[in-house]
Design a protein around this ligand. Structure first.
Ligand code: PMP
Length: 464
């Protein structure tokens, strides 16, 4: 494949020096910086330009944050308007016209009762803080402590910070099976697998000797993102809604990653028509700047003033950028565009899977797409799934970067190559992304030995 966008004969020293100083100074816990050794200096839409002059198509999008891509004109304009207005940039949680406009725009998009009479809590700026707030809210409202969550879920990183805080509570989280079609623990997959998962949940709640008491809330992602791009069937989501409603268990839906059109509906819950008791929002709602909120049914609003405080809950620039993003997605129907384009990209990925038997599964919803890489030399289990191949996934990510494409890895064993492009990409850009991915996959397959190290992973048929 010929890359027209690459300039680098020799990377300028600034680029290398920055990366070297980063590896010397920054924490061992740094993440994306390890697999993506680039130094972004300019960005627009889908494209990032590195300090070495190379250009990349960015399908990581700030871990799913950039609904409109980098530096979209409406976002920049909204930020400039606030800056030029002389409005205070730091206001704690005071009322401002910017916040009022953001809240109005957000509520206009929300489902059912949340739009009509939901309450909003502005949280600390990260998704994880909004998740913490949601737990605190439902614990206070129900007087119960336990939580139900799902295998493979990702909700953030603050558990240790909470445990170390003065107000730490004992947390008991009951783990439930998420309907993961490709690796269905009930070895049936499909609707039946999802139904069995739902029945397991129900029996834990109804069996007085299950060892599980009624929790303060259940939290789920409508499409697991970090867990490996696993869309929950709409029917299963409706079952979770019924099960929780019938037992007066608040249902918390974490739309931190799936929100704002990403899955082909404005909110991922819109596909199934369910209305959660609490919705957790961050990432795209800040239009690329940090912002996190929960919106919940007013009956749950039983916590006390100051119950979930925080200095940075009033980011005016994020609210302005977020309101502009929400309005742009809504008025331009970018959720529908994500549905259409995502379906076409999924088709092409399915063709890619037909040509590469190291692709165990292709899945996604809207512009949240993933391919699960597996060891083609290993035996399949009873459902046809083979062991994950994280080594190959890492090689594909690396080969993508070589070809000017930034992709994310996810999944239980980091063997899922994830695509989270902006909702604004053109058909041609979508093709360019998939061309580069296909090329990278072919190259990685040739050079990567299987997980056993014994036999090289090879291709099925010819490359598309
Ligand atoms: N929930 C989900 C579904 C997420 O994908 C993430 C981040 N990837 C979070 C919560 C945590 O958000 P943050 O990283 O902003 O704390």
């Amino acid at each position: 494949m010929v890359l027209t966008e690459t300039v680098p004969a020799a990377a300028p020293p600034a680029h290398e020096g920055i990366l070297r100083r980063q590896s010397l100074r920054e924490s061992a816990a740094r993440t994306y910086a390890r697999s993506l050794p680039i130094v972004p200096v300019r960005a627009r839409g889908l494209t990032i330009e590195g300090a070495d002059g190379r250009r990349y198509l960015d399908c990581l999008s700030g871990a799913g944050t950039l609904a409109l891509g980098h530096n979209h004109p409406v976002v920049l304009e909204a930020i400039r308007t606030v800056l030029d207005s002389g409005a205070p940039l730091h206001v704690l949680d005071l009322a401002t016209p910017v916040k009022d406009a953001f809240t109005t725009e957000l509520f206009a998009t929300l489902p059912g009762e949340l739009a009509e009479k939901g309450r909003i809590q502005f949280c600390g700026p990260a998704g994880t803080d909004a998740v913490e707030a949601a737990f605190k809210l439902v614990r206070t409202a129900t007087g119960r402590d336990g939580l139900m969550a799902f295998s493979g879920a990702y909700h953030g990183m603050t558990a240790q910070a909470l445990a170390a805080s003065g107000g730490a509570q004992h947390t008991s989280v009951v783990r439930l099976p998420y309907p993961y079609d490709y690796r269905c623990p009930f070895q049936t997959g499909g609707e039946r697998g999802a139904e069995l998962a739902a029945r397991w949940t129900q029996s834990l709640l109804d069996d007085p000797k299950s060892g599980v008491s009624r929790p303060a809330g259940m939290i789920l992602e409508p499409v697991q993102g970090e867990g490996g791009v696993i869309p929950a069937p709409d029917g299963w989501l409706r079952r979770m809604r019924e099960i929780t409603a019938a037992r007066r268990i608040p249902l918390i839906v974490d739309e931190v990653q799936t929100g704002v059109g990403r899955t082909g509906a404005f909110w991922a819950v819109d596909h199934s028509g369910i209305v959660p008791d609490v919705i957790v929002l961050s990432k795209a709602i800040g239009g690329s700047l940090p912002l996190a909120v929960i919106v919940y049914r007013e009956e749950l609003d039983a916590w006390q003033p100051g119950a979930h405080a925080g200095t940075f809950r009033g980011n005016q620039l994020a609210m302005a950028a977020g309101a502009a993003t929400l309005a742009y997605v809504r008025t331009n129907g970018l959720d529908r565009r994500a549905a259409e384009l995502g379906a076409r990209m999924l088709d092409r990925l399915t063709s890619l899977a037909a040509a590469h038997d190291c692709i165990g599964d292709v899945r996604g919803r809207g512009l949240m797409l993933g391919i699960e890489l597996v060891d083609r030399t290993a035996d399949a289990d009873a459902t046809g799934a083979r062991p994950a191949d994280p080594q190959l996934a890492a090689a594909v990510q690396h080969a993508c970067l070589d070809r000017g494409l930034i992709v994310e890895l996810g999944g239980r064993q980091s063997a899922v190559v994830r695509l989270l492009p902006p909702l604004t990409i053109t058909d041609e850009q979508a093709d360019a992304i998939l061309d580069r991915l296909a090329d990278a996959l072919t190259a990685a397959v040739r050079t990567t030995p299987g997980p056993t190290g014994s036999s090289p992973t090879t291709m099925r048929g010819t490359s598309p």
